[in-house]
Structure formats: C-alpha cells, structure tokens
Design a protein around this ligand. Structure first.
Ligand SMILES: [Zn+2]
Length: 132
C-alpha cells in the first residue's frame, strides 16, 4: 500500500492533503523549502521536509511516508550527515522514561531504548527528531 505525505492540520496553515487530491501531482507546498531542482521528492527528501517542520518520532515518519521504521532509522543516519553542509543538524530529543523521568541523554543510537536503566520500566517515550 502506498501512503501519501500528509500534514498535520494547523501546521503552517496549509490544508492537509486528502487521498483523492494526492492522486494527481504533489502540491507545491511539498517543495517550499527544497531546491527547485527536485521534481519528485524521494522518501528521504520528504523526511527532511517533515523533520524541518516539527518534531517527529520514527513512528510518525514511518506512518506518514509508508516505510518501515527500520528504514526510517537508516534514513535518519544518512540525513544526520547530509544536512550538515547546509548548516543544519538533526536534533534528537532524548527518550524519557515515563515511569521515573529518567532521560536517555547519552544515547547515540536513533532507536528507542528497550528499558529504563534506573527503574527497569519498559514504558519509554519515543525519541523525537527534528532538523534545525
Ligand atoms: Zn525509569
């Protein structure tokens, strides 16, 4: 199943794209901050756009772009390097334990931690990502 990129309502004032509208050419807002040389954005380019607009979890990106979370992490690793020459960086908003509040600040990997080292809870908030 192919999913189309959508925007959460209220972000940037653009209307969300419905499935029926998205059958045709992708509307111009997709390209608003991408070089005009891009005519057909790749998954990675769409991901960069979403991450530039607001915080996203891997699950958000997976669902919005219709790719597996595993692929999202692979793209994130590449995006983290590719935005640097543009003076940007991929910010990771650390995971937090929902039971005790422990913050996984030193974590280098993109994936969500399995359990809290402090209280052993598995109720861990997903890390969020954003391009700044
Ligand atoms: Zn904890």
């Amino acid at each position: 199943m192919v999913k189309v990129p959508t925007r959460r309502a209220g972000l940037g004032g653009s209307k969300p794209v419905t499935a029926s509208q998205a059958v045709g050419p992708i509307s111009p807002w997709v390209f608003h901050n991408v070089a005009s040389t891009y005519h057909m954005p790749t998954t990675r380019q769409q991901m960069i756009l979403l991450l530039s607009e607001g915080n996203c979890t891997a699950r958000d990106l997976s669902q919005t772009l219709g790719v597996r979370e595993k692929e999202v992490y692979a793209h994130l690793a590449h995006i983290a390097r590719s935005v640097v020459p543009k003076g940007q960086r991929l910010l990771t908003i650390s995971s937090r334990c929902l039971s005790c509040g422990y913050v996984f600040e030193t974590r280098k990997r993109f994936t969500k931690p399995g359990r809290c080292p402090k209280c052993k809870s598995e109720r861990i908030e997903e890390p969020r990502y954003r391009i700044i």
